[in-house]
Design a binder for this molecule. Structure first.
Ligand code: S3P
Length: 210
């Protein structure tokens, strides 16, 4: 019997998910990008779609230190935070497959970049200045934005970091659209990067997959 269209799409969706997971093996999907790029929001939904666990590196650093990122910066300084960040990410990357969201500065560390390359597939969530500024304005927990004008800080960070983020295996635009749309774009890009044969799910069904 010919499957109904909906069933057919559902099968495609399940096949793609299974193929991505199989080809991923024990590697992690590592989300990188600036503050406000949507790494956590997209990462959670992506993990959910793939049936993988989600880990937020900053959350793990905070748990290990029993302090917030803001407190760590204030009490010990950025260099201390970066050292902890490097160690925590190296530890987390031993536990793939998973979706791992990293703090905006993590990928700037050459050792961390190498660890990510060896144990994961990096996905740069690239957003433009306006999108980033809109998103970070909603909360005030980010120490780097507490000093100076956020727009200037963000512009400087973009100039400094974007060429390094561009080394990521995959780049996906993170726009002001529902997170599910960005998740779908990441899934498509992952499928292509991994050489999946299964077709991406039809757009209408992608949301239901969340
Ligand atoms: C930082 C980004 C933050 C956090 C810390 C430093 C950065 O994470 O790690 O405040 O250097 O860009 P998010 O990118 O999740 O905001």
């Amino acid at each position: 019997m010919t499957p109904r269209l909906a069933d057919h799409n559902k099968d495609d969706r399940i096949a793609l998910r299974a193929e991505i997971r199989q080809l991923l093996g024990t590697r992690s999907i590592v989300l990188i990008g600036l503050m406000g790029a949507g790494k956590t929001a997209v990462g959670r939904r992506l993990a959910n779609w793939l049936g993988l666990s989600f880990t937020d590196a900053d959350g793990e650093i905070e748990a290990a230190a029993d302090q917030t990122v803001k407190e760590i910066f204030a009490e010990h300084g950025e260099a201390y935070f970066r050292e902890g960040e490097r160690k925590v990410i190296a530890r987390l990357l031993q536990a793939g497959p998973q979706v791992l969201a990293t703090g905006g500065g993590a990928y700037m560390d050459s050792e961390t970049r190498a660890t990510i390359k060896a144990n994961g597939i990096s996905v740069w969530l690239k957003a433009d200045l306006r999108v980033l500024l809109n998103r970070v304005a909603r909360r005030d927990h980010r120490p780097l934005l507490a000093v100076g004008n956020p727009e200037t800080v963000m512009k400087n960070l973009m100039a400094e970091r974007d060429p390094i983020y561009a080394e990521a295996d995959i780049t996906v635009e993170s726009r002001e659209v529902p997170h599910e749309v960005v998740v779908s774009a990441v899934v498509d890009a992952l499928g292509a990067r991994l050489g999946c044969e299964a077709k991406p799910p039809a757009p209408a069904l992608r949301r239901k997959a969340q």
